[in-house]
Design a protein around this ligand. Structure first.
Ligand SMILES: [Zn+2]
Length: 156
């Protein structure tokens, strides 16, 4: 990293704080050459390996989690912004856990714990994908198609 004013490379960090909601660390830096100060945002890369059911590992992908949640939350009370906030929350939780790997199952449980509090339809849809409750999923969608205005609590 270089000073934006004089391109000097020796910098001092004067303040550092987590901005978990944007998956970034905000740092105040001071150039040791010209003494000017500036702020940087460094994106935190979540270095977690997801251990999949078939035994393979893959890097945790924020986009994949977002896609899964967006699919589960479609036509529910949960907004896109809430989905993104939820993704950030889950990533912050993973970061706090400090684990190097997590199983698909445990990741799914984490997500579902949050969804359960937000919306029951989204919760069940996510459970369908993660736990492969195909029958229940089809049942829920069938009930919803009969009476789309009702939530699952009132429909069952
Ligand atoms: Zn400088």
């Amino acid at each position: 990293m270089k000073c934006p004013y004089c391109n000097h490379t020796e910098l001092k960090v004067t303040d550092s704080r987590n901005a978990v909601e944007m998956n970034a660390i905000r740092r105040r830096r001071e150039c040791l050459n010209c003494q000017r100060r500036f702020t940087t945002f460094e994106t935190v890369e979540l270095m977690v390996q997801v251990h999949k059911r078939d035994g393979r590992y893959e890097d945790f992908q924020q986009q994949k989690l977002t896609n899964g949640l967006e699919a589960a939350c479609r036509h529910t009370r949960i907004s896109r912004n809430q989905v993104h906030a939820l993704v950030a929350k889950i990533m912050a939780e993973l970061m706090e856990l400090g684990v190097k790997e997590i199983t698909t199952h445990d990741l799914g449980e984490m997500v579902m714990k949050h969804l359960q509090m937000l919306d029951s339809i989204a919760y069940i849809r996510y459970a369908c994908v993660y736990k492969r409750f195909t029958d229940i999923c089809e049942l829920v969608e069938a009930i919803r198609s009969i009476n789309p205005k009702d939530g699952i609590q009132t429909a069952i």
